[in-house]
Ligand binder design. Sequence first.
Ligand code: ADP
Ligand code: ZN
Ligand code: ZN
Length: 711
Amino acid sequence: MPTVVRVLVDLPRHSRLAAGALDYLEPPGAEPAVPLAPGTLVRVPLGRRQVCGLVWPHGEHGERSDGEAPPMDGLKAITEVLSALPPLSTAWLRLVAFAAAYYQRSPGEMALAVLPPELKDIDAAQLERRLRRLHKGLKAAAPEAAVADARPFRPDLSPEQAEVLRQLALGEPVTSLLHGVTGSGKTEIYLREAERVLAQGRQVLVLVPEINLTPQLEARFAQRFGASRLRALHSGLTPAQRLQNWLAVHLGHADLVLGTRLAIFAPLPRLGLIVVDEEHDPSYKQQEGARYSARDLAVYRGRLEGVPVLLGSATPSLETWLNAQPVGESVQGRYRRLAMPSRIGAGALPAVKLLNLAEVVARHGRSVLYEMPIAPPLIERMKQCLARGEQSLVLLNRRGYAPVLHCTSCGWKSQCSQCSAWRVFHKIDRTLRCHHCGSVEPVMRSCPDCGDMDIQPLGRGTERLEEQLGALLPEARMARIDADTTRTRGSLEEQLAQVHDGHVDVLVGTQMVAKGHDFRRITLVIALNADAALFSQDFRAPERLFALLMQAAGRAGRDAEQAAASEMWVQTWHPSHPLYQALQRHDYVAFARSQLEERQIAGLPPYTHLALLRVEARDQASAQAFLQAATELAEGLDGTALSAGELLLYPPVPAQVQRVANVERVQMLLEASSRAVLQRFLSAWLDVLQAQRAALPKVLRWAVDVDPVSI
Ligand code: ADP
Ligand code: ZN
Ligand code: ZN
């Protein structure tokens, strides 16, 4: 009798068939004595298509509620088994099962979302060709590996580094927070820990928040351990490269994996260490489809596989910080806290100074703020910096030329016709671009409403800032780095090289340049328009601003000789704001303490746990009606946390950008006293929502976002 095999396919949670797991018969002609191991990849018929599937253990998620043996009649057979690939490990399957349950997805959706895209499209014969190519490549690279064995340079450890490594060597493998200021040598800690783990014959996974930061870190790891032992995994690779790297890792041919959030699902048969660099970065949260936090999954995976996890940051997320409070001081204390408060080489951190805009206006008049991109005293600083032959960095978190165009006679503004947002003026190609729906139109010659020719830009983005600074400092060599100037592959590296090689005097950029790059010659950083985040609706905005400014300050004075003379200036209307006060003292601890107090009083994370139900519809009314009905269903759930007061459902509100590409977006916030309460509730609620979906108001899409990073 043929065996029934449970297979995960990419079906959403609400396909009631089996939560993304379907039953198939073993392929015709299979050896009956060897059942297919869970974790084996197969191709199966689904409707009229052939799709990729993953053999899943019976009885785990998606089991039949009646507990009976599955009936065999009507079952289709597996088309073929990708037998050249060793099955994914039990630990990997458990990671996927956990992520699916926690983020309220079907295991099938989660599993298929995190496998390399190309793997899902190929059959057994194509896979075998890919594997042959991989092995040929590995053989060709073998001589190079021998070269890399020549002793690489390792700096002598600083006392702080030595102490951190000593503590890391103690006790059981746990999650540790490495709280080290920028330039304290956190990367050297990662390298030494990696060295220790590699020496045991095990693999190391290193996560970085952005693709941009991979080349730099890759270079440092390659220099230490040899390029042939290292593989990158991120969405910037071609599908073919990504599959090759994934295969090399899964087959155990690569010892080091360096990647962005998706790499948390890398199959590592000999995993020995997980590093999460810049652990506070919101990019670790996947924002579409199966929304997961790679940082949180790293901690889970570490515990699951019994390997240490190292979370590094100069400004840890408040979630992590609370978890790393010593036991006694609070009930937390789940992570070990390791501190490196000094910069390498006794380099000082740059002085943080606040420029009070009220004083500038009192002295120069209000118009100076419109006429000059930066207040006059700071232009003076830039000139001095230029005269000394040093570099300056001007940070403005808004790309484009001007955020909006307007007509001076009738007040018309460049509203996007499909979104509740302005279209941004990009002067370089004279277009108006919506940063939400991506629509582009050429700038009109005259006002579309009254025909007046006098259409003016309002406000300032990086493109205009660069132009205006260029006019004020004609002898300076300018460069700008933002999403617009780095669209083509390799252009960021090229521009960074220009900065590193000293071909640039003034660098203008968005947050993109504040992160991680090891600039050697920058001695002056100026942050513009920082105040906006102080009064944002999003309760995490101050935390992000603080991290961004600390990181930006960290770009200055990375050479010890220059460090003492380096400065970061923040232009502000609120110089006495506690955030800026803490920033001036480089005092993350004080900032975290005050933020945590506020969060505790307000009942916000990390003291409570949130989820968002996001709905998209053609009109506001249906979206609101859907959420109204969903609320009623929630209230009808018996014995839930709702009645016990452990859970709060907020009324539906329009999303921050309410309409995007003519789709209305409404969301509803859920707040729970614990993760367990939230999990239990969401699971029960989604079940009824799915069961009742025919009766609910028609909407385009809806999804839950567990632990949302922006509200
Ligand atoms: P972080 O990641 O904490 O910002 P890095 O690891 O990039 O800091 O280190 C800052 C600089 O100090 C780097 O150029 C690095 O090579 C150097 N460095 C790190 N550790 C040492 C050491 N023990 N001795 C000398 N230089 C070091
Ligand atoms: Zn007009
Ligand atoms: Zn738009």
